[in-house]
Design a protein around this ligand. Structure first.
Ligand SMILES: [Zn+2]
Length: 279
């Protein structure tokens, strides 16, 4: 499943690709993904419009034009591929955006085998922060200082008995701390993933906020170099070549103290940690 760093790299790549181009059409090959796609709204936001930019909010890609904003989520298995073909070339191609730059026509294919993806659009001037898909999302970890992010987490966690790991993975609390990144951040911060969120101190949340930012920034940087290939070639998934300290390393030596890395589960997601370095 694409995580925040992958979607950030995707947003940057799509922004670059569609710069100085125009959407000339949208071909829908089925009526729905996770929910029905509003064909007219999507076409109205794109066709003949001037693209203004591509942004990310949580794991949503926002393609903004002077006429509106297209909101796209890759779901569990979605891919975006820029291809020269105006016709589907891969199974499970559901939407094909047609573009022109000068005299060159090219096509953005939205492929999604499991169809958990989402696609909609809103007209220009709409308050995106009030959109049903976006309104409950917590803050962006990379758009705040570590200080203010730590304060936010500390405030949100008071009297919460939920373990710290699922707490930071809750998108209403904070976006972007997916399963791998949550384990890795807690390791860097020296906090045990099973501790009650309400028992983590203000100072520890400051350290954790910094760790989350560091881990996500490193993943974005790692992805930035490989992403253009990902986008242009076969679309094969590859998690970024991050140096993982604990995730997936059950029984291997902790890189700091050499104790074996342990595994547990929180809300049915695998969690890895060092019982010596994390308190
Ligand atoms: Zn250790």
């Amino acid at each position: 499943m694409p995580e925040l760093p992958e979607v950030e790299c995707l947003a940057r790549a799509v922004r670059e690709e569609i710069r100085n181009s125009q959407f000339t059409g949208v071909l829908f090959l089925r009526p729905d993904l996770r929910e029905p796609m509003p064909f007219d709204a999507i076409r109205s936001a794109l066709i003949g419009a001037t693209p203004l930019g591509v942004r990310r909010r949580s794991k949503y890609l926002l393609i903004e034009t002077n006429l509106g904003t297209v909101i796209l989520h890759l779901g569990m298995s979605g891919q975006l591929l820029f291809l020269d073909s105006p016709d589907p070339v891969k199974p499970h191609t559901h939407v094909i955006f047609k573009l022109v730059a000068g005299k060159r026509f090219f096509y953005l294919h939205f492929i999604d085998p499991r169809r958990f993806g989402r696609l909609t659009a809103v007209p220009a001037g709409t308050d995106l922060s009030a959109h049903p898909w976006l309104k409950d999302l917590g803050p962006e970890p990379l758009e705040a200082t570590a200080e203010s992010l730590g304060k936010h987490l500390w405030q949100k966690s008071r009297n919460r008995k939920i373990a710290i790991k699922p707490f930071i993975m809750d998108g209403k609390v904070l976006v972007g701390a997916g399963n791998i990144y949550a384990s890795e951040s807690l390791y860097l911060a020296g906090i045990r993933p099973g501790r009650a969120a309400g028992r983590v101190s203000r100072g520890e949340y400051g350290v954790l906020a910094e760790a989350i930012q560091k881990v996500l920034a490193a993943a974005i940087e790692a992805g930035g170099t490989s992403f253009r290939d990902y986008l242009h070639s076969d679309g094969s998934e590859g998690s970024y070549a991050l140096q993982l300290n604990v995730y997936g390393r059950l029984g291997e030596a902790c890189r700091k103290c050499l104790s074996p890395v342990q595994e547990t589960r929180h809300l049915n997601r695998a969690t890895y940690f060092c019982g010596t370095c994390q308190k």
